[in-house]
Write a protein that binds this ligand. Structure first.
Ligand SMILES: *Cc1c(COP(=O)(O)O)cnc(C)c1O
Length: 432
């Protein structure tokens, strides 16, 4: 029995489960999607919460600019470009034999400053939020101060009595690790032992303590959480349930709106925005989707993209069982080269919050991810990690609506060249 039903019953209630368990690329359309204003009513998070997160990031900009000089051009704002992909659009047409109706853009979070992935949104925001809270409580700052003050011996000495802990398959650990060590916190990152070696090495080189676990990721998170909760001076970053992390991601929507306006791209009922978000546990893509629904309402369609071997959010939302089910319950092995998306059990909080707002979800094979990784380099000269490609075929794997298509490219810049070259060679081989 699986959550009270037999396997045969599950497959008869949800025929797509059979396809998922055979690792097919499939598409789920959410029939319970509602008009956005109604869906947003009475939720535990609101537009005001996203504005609050945006204002907090704004307060930290002078500090970020000081400690990460690579953000000087944007005055300490950590944001990625929106880039049209005309070449890739025609490459996708060749690959799939179907044209994309509308323009194709990439939102290049692979280029985000500090940690080169989507986690530079939520992860860094959560650490800053925690630092601000501690500094306010200690009377070391007021919200009107210049936050450059955080870059001082006194602040670092104060934060050195506290620790930040998280469980991570990789990129979240990088963001939390880098931001926390720079502020002066002690940092412990719990990782699964099969996480990429270069990520562990990089974190250790920044001064973070990396603890490796041979059991699966959920177990690593549970152990990290338990250890941290016993210690009042320790803050646990909860990838599955953190509203703070979620709101840090959501701020992207306000920024994207400004970018679209600056590029003269209209978004309205007849020119919808279609956004394809690579999804792991759900916080990153969920936070961004929530922000987008707050900003664009019914004019935006958001889709979650997952590997065929780790379709946890697809499964959770389609069945409405959310975190009560894991992909392993259906024999799905959670083994994928898309390490940022290798999650077997989705965030229940994210799935429930967005149940009436997401347009759908689809799965992509590792083979497709590798091919697209090679293709986007050949055609557009950009280097992505496998997870970051999942959004790209979205217009062809969903209903292929008209309007503007944005594939969120979630990571890549931190990947060492030799590791990226291995990915490229695999993709190249598959293309021939
Ligand atoms: C973490 C991550 C995602 C997905 O974010 P979740 O919050 O886990 O859903 C997508 N792509 C990359 C590269 C990531 O690191």
């Amino acid at each position: 029995m699986i959550a009270g039903r037999s396997l045969a019953q599950w497959k008869s209630d949800f025929p797509l489960i059979d396809d998922l368990s055979r690792y097919k690329e499939v598409n789920w359309q959410n029939e319970r999607i509602m008009n956005t204003a109604d869906a947003l009513e009475d939720l535990e998070l609101t537009k005001a919460d996203v504005h609050d997160a945006e204002a907090r990031l704004k307060r930290f900009e002078p500090y970020i600019e000081t400690v990460f000089p690579e953000t000087a051009a944007s005055a300490g704002e950590i944001e990625s470009p929106l880039t049209e992909m005309a070449e890739m659009k025609s490459a996708l047409k060749e690959l799939y034999g179907t044209p994309i109706d509308g323009e194709l853009y990439v939102k290049a979070d692979n280029q985000l400053a500090i940690s080169g992935s989507i986690k530079a949104r939520g992860g860094i925001y959560e650490v800053l939020n925690h630092a601000e809270k501690l500094a306010l409580e200690a009377g070391m700052i007021t919200e009107d101060d210049n936050y450059k003050k955080f870059d001082s011996k006194a602040f670092k000495a104060y934060f050195s009595q506290f620790s930040v802990v998280c469980g991570s398959t990789g990129n979240l650990g990088l963001s939390i690790g880098i931001m926390s060590t720079v502020l002066g916190f002690n940092v412990t990152i719990h990782m699964s032992s099969d996480a990429r070696q270069w990520k562990k090495d990089m974190l250790r080189s920044k001064g973070a303590d990396v603890v490796e676990h041979s059991e699966d990721y959920s177990k690593a998170v549970a152990e990290g959480r338990n250890g941290s909760l016993r210690d009042p001076k320790s803050h646990f970053v909860d990838d599955e349930n953190s509203k703070t992390l979620f709101l840090g991601y959501a701020v992207a929507a306000f920024r994207l709106k400004r970018q679209l306006e600056a590029s003269g791209i209209t978004v309205d009922e007849t020119h919808p925005l279609n956004v394809y978000l690579p999804c792991g546990v759900g916080g990153g893509p969920g936070g961004i989707a929530f922000g987008l629904k707050v900003v664009f309402g019914d004019d935006v369609n958001c889709y979650f993209a997952e590997p065929t071997h780790a379709p946890c959010m697809f499964l959770g939302m389609m069945t409405d069982y959310h975190d009560a089910l894991s992909v392993g319950d259906f024999g799905i092995d959670n083994k994928t080269a898309a390490d940022g998306l290798a999650v077997g059990r989705a965030s229940g909080f994210v799935g429930r919050l967005l149940r009436e707002m997401i347009s759908g979800a689809y799965t992509v094979s590792d083979e497709t991810l590798f091919k697209l990784l090679a293709l986007i380099y050949d055609r557009e000269n950009i280097k992505l990690e496998p997870s970051a490609l999942a959004g790209l075929p979205g217009p062809l794997l969903t209903e292929n609506k008209k309007g503007t298509h944005i594939a969120w490219s979630t990571g890549g810049d931190m990947v060492p060249d030799e590791v990226w070259q291995e990915y490229y060679d695999i993709g190249k081989k598959m293309m021939t």
